[in-house]
Design a protein around this ligand. Structure first.
Ligand code: SF4
Length: 356
């Protein structure tokens, strides 16, 4: 299976990367590589990186892959990689993973909540990047640029109204964040691509782990990755504890620490900053830590997901999450709805894959 390459101008590619974050990467010569349709690597192999045995002996560890374009695998992985989005989607429902990443099917129009989240992120990111240069952003220009591209031919008045409200909401949430979550981050939208290693024995997955960290700050002298979320209601306490994405980001921090020759850190701080979109919006902080045990679990989870993908195990895992799954019309075999939501070409791909 070949990577799905789309030619766009480098300028547009950069923009799409910021907006799409986990969705698109910039290839050589301004080529954008989508997550959909990438091929994947061979069976897990051993890696020369030292494992936990080495850690226990107090020896420094080394990281291998320089952070460049995170949305590209290395030579051995044939362009395939794992990311928190891929891991979470496969764990939640392998059928959903198959439709999204293998068939490259996604809704023609992203839903309003997702667009609000993207627009809010974009404003916050631009604000912090500008602050680093003692500059200010022009929020209206940023909003115009983003929201003008969400309109579709044939949109009726109700859709236009919904988009206008979503645009205003994203500005309101970004202003709230900037006012109530004052930060001076060291890193903004930090991309990474690195091996995922079993700290017990030094084995590494044959594909890299890639991602983009929203913000990285350094309270108490230790790097802390932060993820910004827009949510309809407050997060439960346990959610920050089990969040796989924060473990991925802490793994990146760990590698940075180990590169300095320091000893294995006992724990790495991580955090969520939630923008709660209730009638009176608010900010909710959630902080936690990650340890070697969490990294071992991340490795085991990622290895199981990779094996499932390589072996083509794409079974449907129905449950309450079907209520907010993009593909409920597919699993419900509602053909008219499928064409309306995904388009005719997607319907054909789903039909060829024997899903409808
Ligand atoms: S509707 Fe449910 S079973 Fe179907 S792809 Fe989505 S999560 Fe999986």
């Amino acid at each position: 299976m070949q990577a799905n390459d789309i030619f766009v101008s480098p300028e547009a590619a950069l923009d799409r990367m910021v907006l799409g974050r986990m969705v698109l990467g910039i290839g050589e010569s301004g080529q954008v590589v989508s997550e959909a349709g990438a091929s994947y690597g061979a069976a897990p192999a051993s890696c020369p990186l030292p494992g936990r045995a080495a850690v226990d002996q107090g020896r420094p560890q080394v990281t291998a892959v320089p952070d460049a374009n995170p949305f590209k695998g290395d030579g051995d992985s044939n362009g395939f990689y794992l990311s928190k989005s891929r891991l979470n989607r496969y764990i939640s429902c392998p059928r959903s993973y198959f439709i999204h990443y293998e068939l490259g099917v996604s809704p023609l129009r992203r839903d309003a909540a997702l667009l609000i989240g993207l627009s809010t992120h974009r404003l916050i990111t631009a604000h912090h990047l500008a602050r680093k240069k003692d500059e200010f952003i022009d929020p209206d220009a940023l909003l115009d640029d983003f929201w003008s591209r969400q309109a579709r031919e044939g949109d009726d008045e109700a859709v236009a109204q919904e988009l206008a409200e979503a645009r205003s909401a994203s500005l309101r949430y970004a202003e709230l964040f900037i006012r109530d979550a004052p930060l001076d981050p060291l890193e903004i939208e930090r991309p990474f691509s690195m091996p995922l290693v079993n700290l017990d024995n030094g084995d590494a997955l044959p594909v890299p782990l890639v991602g983009v960290i929203d913000l990285v700050d350094r309270p108490n002298g230790v790097l802390r990755p932060l993820e910004i979320k827009t949510r309809a209601r407050k997060a439960e306490d346990w959610q920050v504890r089990v969040a796989l994405e924060l473990t991925c980001y802490a793994w990146w921090v760990r590698q940075r620490i180990m590169e300095t020759g320091a000893r294995e850190p006992e724990e790495i701080p991580v955090g969520y900053i939630h923008i709660i979109k209730t009638k009176t919006p608010s900010i909710q902080w959630q902080t936690d830590t990650r340890t070697v045990e969490d990294f071992l679990e991340l490795y085991r989870t990622a290895r199981a997901v990779l094996a499932g993908i390589q072996e083509g195990r794409f079974y449907p895992n129905g449950g309450t999450h079907c209520n907010w799954c993009d593909f409920s019309a597919v699993c419900g075999k509602k053909r008219d709805e499928i064409v309306r939501i995904f388009g005719d070409a997607a319907r054909l791909r789903l039909w060829e894959a024997d899903l409808i």
